[in-house]
Write a protein that binds this ligand. Sequence first.
Ligand SMILES: NC(=O)c1ccc[n+]([C@@H]2O[C@H](COP(=O)([O-])OP(=O)(O)OC[C@H]3O[C@@H](n4cnc5c(N)ncnc54)[C@H](O)[C@@H]3O)[C@@H](O)[C@H]2O)c1
Length: 440
Amino acid sequence: MSRIAVIGTGYVGLVSGACLADFGNHVTCVDIDAAKIERLRGGEIPIFEPGLDDVVARTCAAGRLTFTTDLPTSVQANDVIFIAVGTPPAEDGSADLRHVEDAARAIARAMNGYKVVVDKSTVPVGTGRKVMGWIAEELSRRHLDYGFDVVSNPEFLREGSAVQDFTHPDRVVIGADRPQGRDAMKEVYRALFLNETPYIETGLETAEMIKYASNAFLAVKITFINEIANLCEKVGANVQEVAKALGKDGRIGPKFLHPGAGYGGSCFPKDTQALARTGRDFDEPLSVIETTIAANERQKARMVRKIDEGMGGVAGKTIAVLGLAFKPNTDDMRDAPSLTICEGLVERGALLRVWDPAAMKEAAWRLESIRDRICFARDEYDVMNKADAAVILTEWNQFRNLDLERVKKLLKSPVLFDLRNIYSRPVLEERGFKYFGVGQ
Ligand SMILES: NC(=O)c1ccc[n+]([C@@H]2O[C@H](COP(=O)([O-])OP(=O)(O)OC[C@H]3O[C@@H](n4cnc5c(N)ncnc54)[C@H](O)[C@@H]3O)[C@@H](O)[C@H]2O)c1
């Protein structure tokens, strides 16, 4: 059993903290956001993440998970200190390491002996060494020479299935220079050894690179099938059948071959940007990734054009938008394609009715700039009331089986833009809909 502090209690910090406590460790989750910590202490989960409430309730009740804003005490009382703060994109596309630096320096200012500092935030290659430097600098200011190890332990969880991903990962990656750091991490993840989770030990830089290479590869795969989908539309092929056959090839695999409105979310856009930036910094251009980033922007713009052309112009028309989160089972709208697409439609003169099962609170401020052109609906049917067309932007389960007769009555004309390909064109056309998918 390890004694752990997790600095940063967001999507990753909260899930990691709760699941590490579920593994039997003692965990203190720390955040500078006092309101968030207050809500967590009151038993409220500040994010939408299926199953997380049960893990938090269980581990809190067992006394293994606590929440605080008191970073110094948390550092002093624990041996392994995770950094799980945000690394948003800076203006130039690089990762903004401000929060990581703040956390590292705060840890060093509080240290009362040997600590293992674990970087779980997604950070560019070389950041682990910078963390070492920041800690050493603060310790020397205090005239102390406590030992410490810095470990890279990138996180691969997916929002929407974060608890399952954290507790049943495809692999755990540990980047460390010295045995003390590696041994401490084996204790932290001891529970995963029982089910023989692949456990990969590397150097610091390699672990940092594994995370970026993984995300970039997935972004490339999505973008690849999006471009094939676009070509399918032109040549009369069906991308769903192409993707199915393609995915049967064991070397390719079926995942991440679903064409759509472009990738989004809190990771792929910023991580591809940051990796491309690292490539440029080291004079090793990552042309596949640079192209992917540009193609993904084009994909989102293409969706706006598809709707505009499909409706014979959107100006003055009302469009029902079903789904705003960047994917189902999350309330996260960071870099969601819905933002670009909603803004693009409004720019062309459309009025929007929007609805998402989890992201309405997020949408209220993220769509603030076009607020006067948007009506926030009550549910998946209310959103379509008297709209000229419906657009499915997120493949939430409740959108997969809509009562099509009701939809037809609600819409002024039965036009559906299914940008996640969750409906079948023949079925929709048979029911009298004008149907637009992606790559069909
Ligand atoms: N969200 C994901 O699906 C995901 C998956 C894998 C990796 N990551 C990576 O994990 C990191 C965290 O992402 P997230 O989505 O959890 O971010 P988030 O914005 O949800 O959470 C970050 C938290 O850190 C807190 N924080 C910032 N500075 C702090 C400080 N100095 N001390 C204490 N708390 C501080 C913020 O208040 C916030 O609550 C990022 O690097 C991200 O790229 C995210």
